[in-house]
Design a protein around this ligand. Structure first.
Ligand code: SF4
Length: 247
């Protein structure tokens, strides 16, 4: 067990996240492929559009962490996790389970930027097939960018002698999308990343992700099996220092 350093939570921090490649198989998964044969012509077109998506995307993240202040029940009996010095209340049975035992919470917002939105619109008017593939490529890229942002939170937790679990987003389980305005405000994501919300609380640019991870005093079972297979390894600063997040 690590001895926890007495460090304060991380203030809002904005970083560019370098994403230079994505797996073709990931893009195919978002396109609904289930092992069907890919002709050389289709594979070539797909690779072309993935490369184009990687050129257009400008992955950028805002991250911040807060200590857990209290756990309580609201008037409807729903568990709520409150964070110290933060207006965001995390209400829901699932998110409460996700944060059971957590002493702090890391928040992240990532986006691929307005250019991706413009290009999606342009393709929707000129080449529908290309738009669908480009959209799937961007989805794979924004998930990689979220991995990069999560790696920053893992390093933040480690700097406090803490261990993280894995990311959990508004809209999962019973954590309502209605927390999105406060979630984004806490990260100053409108000003820093250009993320806005539609009346139905969907993010614009559409290729944006918000998520939280719990910080714990002990390694979390199932969080990560090791560096060799870890999705965060491309951005992990712990490995570079010869330490790991798994104790
Ligand atoms: S690469 Fe290793 S140390 Fe870094 S987050 Fe993954 S499992 Fe942890």
């Amino acid at each position: 067990m690590r001895v926890r350093a007495r460090l304060t939570p991380m203030p809002a921090t904005v970083r560019d996240i370098a994403v230079s490649e994505v797996d073709r198989s990931e893009v195919l998964r978002y396109l609904g492929y289930r092992g069907q044969e890919l002709t050389p012509q289709l594979a070539g077109r797909l690779d072309e559009l993935v490369a184009h998506a990687l050129e257009v995307a400008r992955p950028r993240a805002s991250i911040r962490s807060f200590d857990v202040e209290a756990r309580e029940l609201d008037d409807a009996g729903t568990p709520v996790v409150r964070l110290r010095g933060c207006a965001l209340a995390l209400a829901g049975h699932d998110v409460s389970r996700h944060l059971e035992g957590a002493v702090a919470v890391g928040l992240l917002a990532v986006t691929l930027g307005a250019d991706t939105e413009r290009e999606l619109r342009r393709l929707s008017l000129t080449d529908h097939v290309a738009q669908v593939v480009f959209d799937a490529a961007l989805t794979a890229i924004v998930e990689r960018a979220a991995d990069g942002a999560e790696a920053l939170l893992v390093a933040d937790a480690a700097s406090r002698g803490l261990y993280t679990n894995w990311r959990y987003s508004p809209g999962y389980g019973d954590l309502p999308l209605s927390c999105q305005p406060t979630f984004l405000a806490v990260l100053d994501a409108g000003r820093r990343l250009g993320i806005t919300l539609t009346p139905s609380l969907l993010m614009v640019p559409t290729k944006s992700v918000t998520a939280l991870v719990g910080y714990f005093g002990e390694p979390q079972v199932g969080a990560r099996t090791g560096c060799a297979t870890c999705n965060l390894r491309d951005w992990c600063t712990l490995r570079a220092r010869g330490v790991t997040c798994v104790g």
